[in-house]
Design a protein around this ligand. Structure first.
Ligand SMILES: *Cc1c(COP(=O)(O)O)cnc(C)c1O
Ligand SMILES: [Zn+2]
Length: 411
């Protein structure tokens, strides 16, 4: 892998060889993949990418995997849709939705899992595992099945039924834990020290995280190698948000963008689990862990591993943050579905509700080109909207009954 030189601690800069490790031996800081950008710059081009596969592996030069070992279920290269009706409803100008509901297991997690499990195969692991708020488990189970790996996925037992079913069907081990995500995560840290497994968000997390950059790569490519002025990104652990920022910066480093990108990055959280937004809104440098209580279960991480990095990105880029209520989340889901025909899960509702609030307060401006990341499909969280939408009318099977229920004026 000529384009990857090793791992480096994000806190103290200590360097390591490529290995399944995630914390620095010196300061316990998180480690991250280091690339040889000069070497990549010499071999990468817009034409080479355009000729690549229609999935995340078209950006293999900027991912920490030998591309011929890549597990491929077709993650990535999802539509970037211009949304004029939504823009009008929000009083904005140019709004785009990156529709990541259309991934193989219907969430953006397929991007990170494809990279993590490809790396796990390279390292020679036979069993993969993860702590998950739902979508990650779903994606790990599917990719493990595809790759012939054993899997153990750990989820809070109060998860939406839709997420348990769509995960269990792949035949791996699904372990429902009586506790919240942070309890599940603690258990997995202990298991990771006990079994020789690749834990997607523990010992292979540095590789996993890199997969999120492909959302930035695709956005720029789909905009004709330009970057948006403002992006709105949902936050769980904060990894996705920091990697979207990193992805735009890398494209410039390797010569794929003409101008240095200046993308304002705003973060979206649910009020019932908003430790990062809370720190931002109170102008604090301390992220206080919380006990999550929100319908946005895929974002319910009370003690976010990349929270401080996410906070830094938002402040450095001149973005902002919001925390939205459960009712606003449901309104966000319905607004996006009604105006654009895209059905998002609760995390998408968080993103749209945040975009709406930031537009209202003038933080996101009508003269900006905005991209909102819709990271999961609505069929996974039907419970969120079940009580508020349904048939317009229920009628007997005859014309009179229909005409009694509806007054049809225009054709
Ligand atoms: C996991 C997840 C996120 C955010 O992921 P982080 O990288 O942990 O911040 C966003 N949306 C959905 C639907 C997710 O499943
Ligand atoms: Zn360190």
């Amino acid at each position: 892998m000529a384009h990857v030189t090793g791992l480096r601690c994000r806190e103290c800069g200590h360097e390591y060889e490529i290995a399944p490790i995630y914390t620095c031996e010196w300061c316990f800081g998180p480690v991250e993949v280091v690339y040889d950008y000069e070497a990549i710059k010499a071999s990468i081009s817009r034409e080479k990418i355009a000729a690549g596969p229609d999935n995340i592996w078209r950006y293999a030069d900027l991912l920490p995997v030998e591309s011929d070992a890549a597990i491929n279920l077709g993650a990535g290269y999802t539509p970037l849709v211009r949304c004029d009706r939504l823009a009008e409803a929000l009083g904005l100008g140019e709004v785009w939705i990156k529709n990541d509901t259309l991934n193989p297991t219907n969430s953006f997690k397929d991007r990170v899992v494809a990279v993590a499990l490809s790396k796990a195969l390279e390292f020679g692991f036979k069993t993969v595992a993860c702590a998950s708020t739902g979508n990650l488990a779903n994606s790990v189970a599917a990719h493990a099945a595809r790759a012939g790996l054993k899997s153990y996925v750990f989820v809070p037992s109060d998860l939406e039924a839709g997420k348990i079913v769509t995960t269990s069907v792949y035949g791996g081990n699904v372990v429902a834990v009586n506790g919240n995500y942070d309890d599940v995560n603690r258990l997995c840290a202990e298991l990771a020290g006990t079994y020789p497994w690749a834990f997607v968000n523990v010992n292979v997390r540095p590789f996993y995280a890199e997969g999120s950059k492909t959302l930035a790569f695709e956005t720029a490519e789909q905009l004709g190698w330009q970057t948006p002025d403002h992006v709105v990104v949902p936050i769980a652990s904060g990894s996705l948000l920091t990697k979207i920022d990193k992805g735009f910066a890398e494209l410039f480093k390797v010569g794929l963008l003409d101008e240095e990108p200046k993308v304002r990055v705003s973060g979206a959280q649910a009020l019932g689990c908003s430790p990062v937004a809370e720190a931002y809104l109170t102008n604090s440098d301390t992220i206080k862990p919380v006990k999550p209580k929100t319908i946005a279960k895929s974002l319910a991480i009370g003690n976010p591993a990349d929270g401080y990095f996410a906070l830094d990105v938002v402040r450095r880029t001149g973005g902002s943050m919001c925390a939205v209520t459960d009712d606003e989340i449901v309104d966000g889901i319905r607004l996006l579905a009604r105006t654009e025909g895209i059905f998002a899960e609760t995390a998408g509702g968080v993103t749209i509700a945040t975009l709406a609030k930031l537009a209202q307060s003038g933080v996101v401006r009508p003269d900006e080109r905005v991209v909102a990341y819709i990271t999961g499909h609505g069929l996974k969280t039907l419970d969120a909207v079940e009580g508020v939408v349904g048939p317009t009318a229920t009628i007997a099977p005859n014309l009179e009954a229909f005409q009694a229920a509806f007054t049809i004026e225009e054709q």
